[in-house]
Design a protein around this ligand. Structure first.
Ligand code: GLU
Length: 281
């Protein structure tokens, strides 16, 4: 049996909060329990929101919590060429198309919402002619590339993935993926050659990740990941979705809502032992 490989993969677009601490401690705990490897990966693909000081803070906060991980730590911003090469393969197969829509145009044309509650893309740019595309590119319009999800599914047929729960050591069960509920997802965002979905499946495969452990809120995105894995010939790990840490109002913690950061807790005198104890580790 190869050694299990687990990873914690935060995005450095803010300071870590108790939800991240739970996910990191959970993943490290199960890596240790399974005599596996624990990796840390920095998912800094968003050029606007990722900041080096947040990456440094991730290292510092996780060390403060008492965690240890293998070096070198992969940073996704150093792997853009690899993501672009995979996206090119999809383009050559006619599975991606350029989309010039702004956020407000996507929202105005939306036919519903995706599992994240965001406007579902209505396919506005799906039928642009090569001449129209060339004209808009020449005019310097910013482009993002979307997946032709229905066509992709015709190629792959029925998709399944393995979910182990409540912990990664439990026997896994097979689930069907339904990527169509996401519509034509963005595979390469404006201003970067990748997206969260593309980078995460490429790197989990490249790092030999055997078990993905992430919050329940990310469960629906597995449908897209499984489709991309199949299209790109990548491995599919076993998934476990852990509980979320909620605030006093029962809402998920988030950087954008200003949930208290680990460093602000530390500055107010909270100890790592107290954090661990509060989270049940
Ligand atoms: N980078 C993602 C985030 O911080 C999580 C990645 C994952 O677990 O796949 O939300």
């Amino acid at each position: 049996m190869p050694r299990p490989v687990l990873r914690f993969a935060p995005s450095p677009n803010g300071y870590l909060h108790m939800g991240h601490a739970y996910s990191a401690l959970y993943t490290a705990q199960w890596a240790a329990a399974m005599h596996g490897r624990f990796l840390l990966r920095i998912e800094d693909t968003d050029p606007q929101r990722s900041k080096p000081e947040f990456t440094e803070a991730i290292f510092e906060d996780l060390r403060w919590l008492g965690l240890d991980w293998e070096e070198p730590v992969w940073r996704q911003s150093e792997r853009f060429d690899i993501y672009a090469a995979h996206a090119d393969r999809l383009k050559q197969r006619g599975l991606l198309y350029p989309c010039f829509c702004s956020r407000s145009e996507v929202a105005a044309a939306a036919s519903g919402t995706d599992p994240d509650g965001a406007p579902l893309y209505a396919g506005t740019c799906r039928h642009l002619t090569p001449a129209q595309i060339e004209y808009r590119l020449a005019a310097g319009e910013e482009v993002q590339w979307r997946l032709r999800t229905e066509e992709a599914l015709e190629l792959t047929g029925l998709l399944t993935f393995s979910v182990a729960g409540p912990t990664p050591t439990d026997r896994s069960q097979i689930r069907y993926a339904r990527p169509q509920i996401w519509g034509d997802v963005v595979i390469q965002r404006k201003g970067t050659p990748t997206s969260y979905h593309l980078s995460v499946v490429i790197d989990d495969d490249a790092q030999g990740v055997t078990h993905v452990t992430r919050g329940r809120d990310m469960e629906p995105s597995t449908d897209i990941h499984v489709l991309l894995q199949m299209l790109l010939g990548l491995g599919s790990p076993i998934y476990t979705f852990h509980k979320l840490i909620l605030d006093g109002e029962g809402k998920k913690l988030s950087k954008s809502k200003g949930s208290p950061s680990l460093r602000s807790l530390r500055e107010s005198g909270v100890t790592p032992e107290e954090v661990r104890q509060k989270l049940g580790f």
